[in-house]
Design a protein around this ligand. Sequence first.
Ligand code: BG6
Length: 519
Amino acid sequence: MSTAGSDAPALAELAPGDPRLMRTPAPAAIVIFGATGDLTQRKLLPALYSLAAQLLLPPETIIIGAARTVLSDDDFRDRMRAGVEEHGRLPIDRDVWAGFARRLQYVPLPFDDAAAYGRLRAAIEEADEHRGTRGNRLYYLATAPEFFPVIAEQLGRAGLAAEPDDGARFARLVIEKPFGSDLDSARRLNARLSAVFRERQVYRIDHYLGKETVQNLMALRFGNAIFEPIWNRRYVDHVQITVAEDLGIGSRGGYYDRSGALRDIVQNHMMQVLSLVAMEPPARFESRDVRDEKVKVLRAVPAFDAAAAVTDAVRGQYGAGWIAGERVPGYGEERGVEPGSATETFVAMRLTIENWRWSGTPFYLRTGKRLPRRATEVAIQFKPAPHLPFAAGAVEEVQPNVLTLRIQPDEGASLRFVAKVPGPRIDLRVVSMDFAYGSAFLRASPEAYERLLLDALLGDSTLFARWDEVERAWEVVDEVIRCWEDGAAPPPPVYEAGSWGPPAADDLLERDGRRWRRL
Ligand code: BG6
């Protein structure tokens, strides 16, 4: 028997060849651990609802929320509806919601209570038998990280982790960040997970990989013939990757104070972006090929040693200041932050990639909270023209070419070059050629979590971090963590909220005769 929602007939009516048919996964029981948390309400449920509304979730799919709080199915549905209303990309459609809500269930579950997993198993098996989920399971760990291994082990004990080799049904574990808090803890976590799940079953989320603009890095590089020949040390002077946020840490003080910008953004999101910018072309756009090429980049990045941790990595912590005309408190005054905390909210670093393509071309990374504006971009700064045949006065304005990939907001790309100012003499000025997603495609991009949840259901791990990538990214920054957490290290310098970080970040580039781009 199927209790398909009201969207079932529409799915059947899709014309052959409709791309949604090729991207519609097999029905599954999706179990979200940490279902009463912020991530579930703000991101996961809105994303699943959007997939359902776009007919990308088969109607037999069910979603089981699991968390410690005791709730009824109806309470859970109400909470999730509020989440979709407030944070969803698509407005709620009454009929779609009615079908979707019927798929939502809730199982109260203390994460370390074996008996509760028995009840979860019963709910899943019931769905297999009566709802048509066919033994397929997708477990999503959206809990505090200390529960990741506990839940995986309990799933194993309850007989819920096994996946047959013949692909007849799947059991996948999607795991949120942070994956460990340094190299050692990440290795320990991985060892515990891999005692229960095989690597092919584990989907480590880095939501940056779900962003359209991040995927576009590969489209731009490998879908065009003109960029690859100049995408190397001969033509590229240096690369700047910026993840700037104007917001502070909001209500996440408890988490953030134990994490800091290096763990929160650099080790994962920025390392992923770096590897997409610098990787060799994969033979095929397939999970193994793409991830093999990405990890090669990270292996070619020398890990920081104690000396480089001092010279090539800069940190800072925001103090009070002004953002968009509003007075904002300093980090130390935020809720959940330990008095005298030395947690960094800003990181700048200089990396190199020691391979034939990039040797000698520095990559500068910077990220921070409470910077003047929200902007994530990759800027490929090319070398200057080797010779300018123009009269001295004509070339005052000449600056090297820059290809900027705007990841967010104002998604798009632009190329800066020099052009002649109209008039009777040669007079050169910098201009820019611009591509904007909004006007080029006139269609809204899906949320990163929509794409990633769909890929996990489809078994496509291309946009998820493989263990060797995660491990190598930790190896690269591990010594920096150690230096900064050494009790003897001076506290991070304070930068004023609304500024671009501490002066040491500027010195990092000035030393090389370069400057951060003004955003
Ligand atoms: C998260 C971090 O992974 O990424 C947050 O924990 C950060 O601190 C967020 O604000 C940034 O994501 P986005 O998609 O807004 O760039």
